[in-house]
Design a protein around this ligand. Structure first.
Ligand SMILES: Nc1ncnc2c1ncn2[C@@H]1O[C@H](COP(=O)(O)OP(=O)(O)OP(=O)(O)O)[C@@H](O)[C@H]1O
Length: 363
């Protein structure tokens, strides 16, 4: 792998994997250029992205259907990475999974506060992976999680508010189920925390939407499309009043029916459109990530590493090139994958200073 002479900006400098899926051992050194991982189907390209994601987030992005992380026949998985932050600090990250126990260490430990520890990491990633359309079509809880992760990265205090809200919501739900109208006792703190969460989500959404609308202009199919946020109770109505009107239904159903736990966001296609094709949905999700990153950068956050898994899949060449350029123009570190048995860079070939690494099948 080539190394560039320029002083490296923030980014992952090295990665070492042991016993992750079909990868028994892999050492990678990174430079400042976009990295393209090529390889045949099943070679382990996605597993390399997964390793970086595990270091950053402490969990995988693959569902249980992908099976165990640890290479069959091995007893543990170990991932180590060296990240250089914008301040030029060198941070070492390690993720180890042995049986059902996983742990992640970060040295030096940067965060003294525990609040939101799960979400915090000096190494940040944003992924455009397989099946991105699930964010648009899947359960609202997926979108709330996505939204809240992004809100947290604007304001870290959000994690504590979120935690407090979740606790009060559970207590309120338990009171609803036990009958006797006791849940009203929780309503004051429930409403205060709900409003506090909603204010932060709405503030993030306003900035996020502005960035999304700006990015949208490069994609004609998105003409007239919009990004809407729903707070979880009707506009123009107090949450207390809404809860009062839902009291009978809440008793019958046994849980809270309004508030931030019912919030959602939606990308509305422009006039005359009912929905998005798979390729279009992928572009939309990529733009949501790009827009969120713009908001985070505007708030002085550490740049994320883009993990782009098979960006070309589902996209025509024009769209794939346009998106690739959009990620490249952020100036962030980019790590992408491409199915190719001979290391052919395809649409990425026009990229000035691209580093390629061919992942060989070893399983
Ligand atoms: N625990 C495990 N032990 C051994 N091999 C595993 C384990 N889990 C997954 N695998 C294999 O590892 C490979 C992982 O492939 P991965 O999805 O990373 O490849 P890819 O190069 O991204 O492929 P594609 O181009 O098809 O998306 C698959 O062949 C899978 O069968």
């Amino acid at each position: 792998m080539e190394h560039s002479d320029v002083v490296p900006g923030p980014g992952l400098r090295s990665l070492r994997l042991e016993s992750l899926r079909n990868i028994r051992r892999l050492d990678l050194a990174f430079d400042t250029q976009p990295l393209l991982l090529t390889g045949a189907n099943g070679a382990g390209k996605t597993s390399v992205l997964e390793a970086i994601y595990l270091l950053a987030r402490g969990r995988t992005f693959r569902g249980t259907k992908a099976g165990p992380l640890t290479t069959q026949g091995e007893s543990y998985t170990r991932i180590e990475g060296v990240y250089q932050s914008s301040d030029h600090d060198v941070v070492r990250l390690r993720y180890v999974k042995e049986g059902a126990t996983a742990s992640r260490d970060i040295h030096p430990p940067l965060w003294l506060e525990t609040s939101g520890a799960d979400w915090r990491s000096p190494l940040q990633v944003k992924l455009v992976g397989e099946n991105p359309q699930i964010l648009l079509d899947g359960e609202p809880s997926l979108r709330r999680r996505f939204l809240d992760w992004n809100v947290f990265h604007v304001e870290h205090r959000f994690a504590q508010i979120h935690k407090d809200f979740t606790r009060v919501l559970m207590q309120r739900n338990a009171a609803i189920r036990s009958g006797g109208g006791q849940h009203g006792l929780w309503d004051r703190s429930f409403i205060a925390l709900a409003e506090s969460m909603d204010r932060r989500r709405a503030a993030f959404h306003a900035e996020w939407r502005a960035c999304f609308l700006d990015l949208r202009d490069d994609y004609p199919f998105l003409h007239g499309a919009d990004l809407r946020y729903r707070r979880g109770w009707p506009d123009g109505r107090e949450l207390g009043e809404t809860l009062a009107s839902l009291a009978d239904q809440e008793s019958a159903r046994g849980y809270t029916l309004a508030g931030p736990s019912r919030a959602d966001f939606r990308v509305e296609p422009g006039e005359g459109r009912r929905g998005f094709s798979r390729g279009q949905a992928k572009i939309v999700v990529a733009l949501l990530q790009l827009a969120a990153e713009r908001v985070h950068r505007a708030h002085g956050r550490e740049p994320v590493i883009w993990l782009l898994d098979d960006l070309e899949a589902e996209l025509d060449r024009t769209m794939a090139e346009r998106l690739w350029n959009a990620f490249g123009s952020t100036g962030n570190q980019v790590i992408a994958t491409r199915v190719a048995t001979d290391g052919d860079p395809g649409i990425f070939g026009d990229t000035k200073s691209l580093t390629m690494f061919h992942v060989e099948h070893s399983g």
